[in-house]
Ligand binder design. Structure first.
Ligand code: THG
Length: 373
């Protein structure tokens, strides 16, 4: 595909849904967006390097309202989720988040959401970029289950970065910073309760506030911005470079419904011994036994800064197909190009040297032993 045209304008349409934080996003000087779950996802405010350094040293507000919630509740809620999440839903703890791939009956990844257990018969599935609600409704309708499935008017606002706890306690009180990683609870602000989890799509630490009711979005956005002047709070977004360094996967980019969870490196989030109801139990056991044919890897790429990866870049060894790079970027902190790639089994050992076809050049790519922590 050709480069995305920089002069392109976006045509307004109800199909591209707006975020409750949009006035704040525009006011803060957003310069680019992606599309995610039929919404705009801001991707840049200042320069890529400024956004990256600010995230790693300060605190940012991210409009991630595109992380839509699929609310599943009712008598059969846990049974329904057990059909396509390959681990025990019943034994999940209320008040905690779980990162688990959703799979079809063949064990292919449909989405990689967070599950929030609100009660034993009530869950939010906080989805990545695919219409998982259609699969959930389809299963429920086909089996005649007793559940309610809908997308509530809930929009996550992420507060990310090393100073995030100091900002959060000013707005939600000292209790909020007692949350442990992937825990959630309700905290008061402006005479309302907000569900807040300690989570987010970065390695810098932080929280996500699930704003219930779009009309409350800007009040909260402004309160957080106002409370954090001296912390240098600023706008931000899921950061491409930071997430490639850390190996945070992007569904639709790095992984897709062509992949199984083991290829995606998500095998550690499965518990097949306690997933008897999962439609993909047998296929997944078979893949686990045989081992995947390819796997997500961290690479470094030689040479000057590479462009961001639009269409995947071919990896080869002596002309043979060895995999594909799905995300790549210059890392300012590590002073090299880093990448996420799906690498074929014969080539996935650490230190393996491969050739990568960049848009206008070839370069050397080396498989790394793991992502940066
Ligand atoms: N937060 C919420 N919803 C989301 C995302 C989020 N929905 C879409 C998307 N992000 C889902 N994908 C991910 C990917 C990684 C993580 C969370 C959601 C993540 N992973 C950690 C890791 O890889 O180290 C921790 C996983 C663990 O140890 O259990 O946090 O960001 N609400």
């Amino acid at each position: 595909m050709a480069n995305l045209a920089p002069f392109l304008k976006l045509s307004p349409s109800p199909r591209v849904r707006t975020s409750p934080f949009w006035p704040g996003v525009v006011d803060a000087g957003v310069v680019s967006c992606s599309v995610y779950n039929h919404m705009l996802l801001p991707t840049q405010y200042r320069s890529p390097e400024e956004d990256y350094r600010h995230l790693k040293t300060r605190v940012q507000l991210w409009d991630v309202s595109c992380e839509r919630q699929v609310a599943v509740s009712g008598r059969d809620a846990a049974d329904l989720l057990s059909l396509f999440f390959p681990r025990s839903i019943e034994t999940m703890v209320t008040g905690r988040c779980y990162y688990v791939p959703a799979v079809d009956q063949f064990g292919r990844v449909l989405n990689d959401p967070l599950i929030l257990k609100l009660a034993s018969d009530s869950y939010w599935v906080s989805i990545a970029d695919s219409d998982l609600i259609l699969w959930i409704k389809g299963l429920s309708a086909g089996l005649g289950l007793d559940v309610d499935i809908h997308e509530p008017d809930v929009s996550p606002l992420a507060v990310q970065g090393p100073l995030s706890a100091r900002l959060m306690e000013r707005v939600f009180g000292p209790e909020v910073v007692r949350l442990r990683f992937f825990g959630f609870d309700r905290f008061g602000f402006d005479h309302r309760d907000y569900l807040v989890s300690r989570s987010g799509y970065s390695r810098q630490g932080g929280y996500e506030i699930y704003v219930d009711g779009s009309e409350n979005g800007m009040t909260l956005w402004r309160a957080l911005m106002d409370a954090g002047h001296d912390l240098d709070v600023g706008p931000g977004s899921p950061n491409y470079t930071e997430r490639v360094e850390a190996g945070l996967l992007s569904f639709g980019g790095d992984i897709s419904s062509k992949n199984n969870p083991y290829e995606c490196g998500l095998g550690k989030y499965l518990d097949l011994e306690n997933a008897d109801r999962c439609l993909a139990l047998e296929p997944l056991k078979r893949i686990r036994e045989q081992g995947p044919e390819r796997m997500i890897r961290s690479l470094s790429i030689s040479g000057p800064p590479v462009p961001n990866c639009q269409d995947p870049w071919r990896l080869s060894k002596n002309g043979e197909f060895a995999g594909k790079v799905t995300a790549a970027t210059w890392s300012w902190d590590h002073n090299q190009n880093v990448a996420i790639a799906m690498v074929e089994a014969p080539y996935w050992d650490a230190e393996t040297c491969l050739e990568v076809e960049l848009p206008d050049a070839t370069a050397e790519a080396t498989v790394r032993s793991g992502f940066f922590s």
